[in-house]
Design a protein around this ligand. Structure first.
Ligand code: F1X
Length: 795
């Protein structure tokens, strides 16, 4: 498959093609001279030989940068060396033959001492006929042109080397390290290449197999990167850092927003072939636009496609001045993530794509898959060896410019000394570029299998909640239920209790995000997700603003406003998305909201964050629950377990749930709205200034619920706030006076936390595994504690 070429690359290839034509002609001329009588010098022989020698060089210089099949031989240094070498060789060639010509002419003139012959002309050529001399002169002319053209291509190649040494990006925009491909023998399943142990490489004393941009040694053939034993105890040990669970566990740009069809196209609920694909999900109801539901799916575009953001102004200027958590802080989860967790996550991704490539029959797709695998391995290597973060490859999305501008402004930091939030977003954005710049793997989600396999393990909680939800729906719809006959005050109390319960279900659904918890056993997941654990965890909510959030929605309901929208900025797919839909369905059916707008990501993100496809996958599970839950998974087969069959009641409950949620979609009451802003590298302090139409859209909402840890880190700019800092202050421009009502539902899985009462942080640090006096806020790393923080930006 052809690799997209930059204009400069195309020009270079064009020059090489011209050279090939000229070389052919020169070879013919030289052959003519060689075969003519009168004798020849080695010079012409050299020229003729050089013509042949140039062919393989030209093939290499043209084909390797252009075809994936040859990409394994790509090497910016080789390109430049060849171009410069042949410039010199052709220079020598035309000088030599020119000298031979003039020697022949001088010889001829000496022999022809008669004065009617023109001096310096071929008429008196000492090595043969005048035509031989003419032909030889012509060959010199062509050789001069070829030499000059090699001079041009040398300049282009040298520019390419300088760019590569500066950015790590090959002239055609790809990232690549030299000579590593041959390590990737996909066919050899026994070759276990995916580990987090870096010492292996160094031990082999091969230095930096990935061509560290500053270290010329990269030209030497590297060892096979990451070739060590299976997931070893180190990884297991890593996982036990906070809890005895560990985990590893996901394009391109904004197309999704465009691809998602406009609503009104009825979904085929209940039809026999009722399997759902993301495309069939209505995004919003025309009749409701241009109200708060007008889609802003893509980036904030302005003429020229640049993110609608004043040129030259850098987004960082909108961030808080409070320092951010950095990977250099040994007391932070940032340091643990960069040194221990990200390599494990990358290894999981490499493993996934490796398996996919080994099953791929299409040769071009396989080759491209190897490139992606190599790119992931390079990224893993750079993280583990504390390399500089290199500029992202431009995959056509406007956010890339923002990332690279910020990288430059941050002075191209190294992995072990960089703000955690930016670097972690950069990590996932860089992974996505490997897929989005490919032809065959653009929409491949390297985390998809993990998302679905873990959702399987949520079966008991999913069935328990489906029954609970359907009961609630029946109660809410019935006219003679206890609730219907209760007094207004009793109904409001009951409503608040159910609201809190539904929000708690939604909150703790966030505890099982896959980027934190590895190899979460079937039993662990049940223990975490069941109603018992929710009850047990109630006391673990260290900031609890549920009443304020309920009061906001209740007040809006009492205002009688026709449209009362609630937004949910989603976090993880699978069980968490399931409980988000439970909350969304409850808010709609209880009348606390009239519309729900869900905000997924555009690209695979932080391993398990929701992308639009995860939505249809979830609904497909509900409509095909029997086959999904009763088909043994790899894990079941490994454990020799045959999944229990679903009872009729359980099947019925899941079918009812599917029809209920399907109906809410069809009516356009639930809308899916991806936006590129959610996967940018900065905090939400930047949202009002850098994503004005998204900001305006969120202001239309009665309540914007931000799910999970990453959204909380972005709201609070992942800064090292004093934990007693008011939430409203820590979220800056999204706080007081912002016009946005913010509710964060977060299980704590990172250092930043605000809104705590005096002494609470010390109390939690003092608990077992809390971190103690040492300063590390370990209690906030495991997802065991949660905060529910509300700020009314309209107050
Ligand atoms: O946003 P989520 O899914 O609740 O958590 C994301 C997370 O797992 O990833 C980051 C660490 O890598 C932290 O923000 C948190 O631990």
């Amino acid at each position: 498959m052809r690799i997209p070429q930059t204009n400069l690359q195309k020009i270079k290839a064009g020059v090489h093609f011209a050279q090939a034509g000229l070389v052919f002609i020169t070879a013919c001329l030289a052959l003519a001279v060689l075969t003519k009588s009168g004798g020849v010098g080695g010079e012409v022989g050299y020229l003729f030989g050089l013509c042949f020698l140039s062919i393989p060089a030209l093939i290499y210089l043209v084909m390797v940068p252009m075809w994936t099949r040859a990409w394994r031989f790509a090497n910016v240094y080789a390109y430049a060396s060849l171009d410069v070498l042949f410039t010199i060789l052709w220079f020598a060639a035309f000088c030599a033959v020119a000298a031979w010509n003039s020697a022949g002419i001088r010889k001829g003139e000496k022999e022809e001492s008669s004065n009617d012959k023109k001096t310096g002309s071929c008429s008196a050529f000492g090595y043969g006929s005048a035509s031989k001399c003419e032909v030889s002169k012509a060959s010199v002319g062509f050789a001069v042109i070829i030499c000059l053209l090699f001079g041009v291509t040398s300049a282009i190649s040298i520019q390419g080397v300088m760019k590569y040494r500066r950015t790590g990006i090959m002239p055609n925009g790809n990232t690549k390290s030299h000579g590593q491909a041959e390590q990737l023998n996909v066919e050899d399943p026994n070759k276990d290449a995916w580990s987090t142990n870096i010492d292996e490489d160094d031990e082999a004393g091969h230095g930096n197999p990935f061509g560290d941009h500053n270290n010329a040694s990269s030209l030497t053939m590297p060892t096979a990167y990451g070739q060590v034993a299976q997931q070893d105890n180190d990884d297991a040990a890593y996982g036990l850092l906070h809890t005895d669970q560990q985990g590893y566990r996901n394009t391109s740009h904004d197309e999704t927003a465009d691809e998602l069809p406009h609503p009104g196209r009825q979904m085929s609920y209940g039809s026999s072939a009722a399997s759902l694909h993301a495309e069939t999900l209505p995004v919003y109801d025309e009749t409701l636009a241009p109200s708060a539901l007008s889609p802003t799916g893509g980036y904030e575009q302005s003429p020229g496609g640049r993110v609608g953001f004043p040129e030259g102004r850098l987004k960082m200027e909108f961030d808080t001045k409070t320092p951010q958590y950095s990977t250099s802080d040994p007391n932070s989860f940032a340091s643990v993530s960069a040194r221990d967790r990200w390599p494990v996550i990358l290894t999981g991704a490499i493993d996934d794509i490796h398996k996919a490539v080994s099953k791929e029959s299409d040769a071009e797709k396989r080759e491209e898959g190897k490139q992606i695998t190599a790119g992931l391995a390079k990224l893993k290597y750079e993280v583990q060896h504390d390399r500089q973060l290199s500029p992202l490859v431009d995959d056509g999305s406007p956010d890339i410019a923002g990332y690279n501008a910020e990288l430059k402004q941050r002075g191209e930091p190294k992995w072990f000394n960089v703000p955690w939030l930016f670097s972690e977003c950069y990590l996932y954005r860089r992974m996505a570029t490997l897929f989005s710049t490919s032809q065959h793997w653009k929409s491949y989600d390297v985390f998809s299998k993990q998302k679905m396999s873990t959702f399987r393990s949520s079966r008991p909680a999913v069935i328990e909640l489906a029954a609970r939800y359907n009961d609630l729906t029946k109660q809410l719809r019935s006219t003679d239920s206890a609730l219907a006959n209760a007094s207004e005050e009793e109904r409001e109390q009951a409503q608040q209790a159910v609201f809190t319960e539904m929000c708690e279900i939604c909150l703790w659904g966030n505890a099982t995000d896959l980027s934190l918890l590895t190899n979460l056993s079937y039993d662990d997941i049940q223990k975490l997700q069941g109603s018992e654990s929710r009850k047990a965890n109630e006391k673990n909510i260290v900031v609890n603003d549920f009443p304020a959030a309920f009061a906001t929605l209740k007040q809006a309901q009492k205002s009688g406003a026709k449209e009362r929208r609630v937004d949910i900025v989603l976090d993880n797919a699978g069980f968490e998305l399931f409980v988000d839909l439970v909350l969304a369905g409850y808010l709609l059916q209880s009348g606390l909201a009239t519309h729900i707008v869900l905000h997924p990501k555009n690209i695979p993100w932080f391993v398990s964050d929701v992308v639009p496809k995860d939505f249809s996958d979830l609904l497909n599970v509900l409509v095909q629950a029997k086959s999904f839950y009763e088909t043994p998974s790899e894990d079941d087969e490994a454990r020799g377990v045959t999944p229990q069959s679903l009872s009729d009641k359980e099947q019925q409950d899941l079918k009812l749930l599917f029809e209920n949620w399907g109906g809410l979609y069809a009516e356009g009451k639930i809308v899916l709205r991806p936006n590129g802003f959610w996967t940018e590298g900065g905090s939400y302090w930047r949202l009002p200034a850098t994503a004005p139409s998204l900001y305006a859209d969120l202001k239309e909402s009665e309540l914007v619920i931000f799910k999970g840890d990453l959204n909380y880190r972005k709201l609070t700019a992942d800064a090292m706030w004093d934990p007693t800092t008011p939430f409203a202050e820590a979220i800056g421009p999204m706080g007081r006076g912002s016009g946005v009502r913010v509710l964060a539902l977060r299980t704590c899985k990172a250092d930043v936390v605000v809104g705590l009462s005096e002494g609470e942080d010390e109390r939690l640090k003092g608990m077992e595994g809390g971190g103690g006096e040492g300063g590390a806020r370990k209690w906030a790393w495991s997802g065991k504690w949660a905060v529910v923080s509300f700020c009314d930006g309209n107050a």
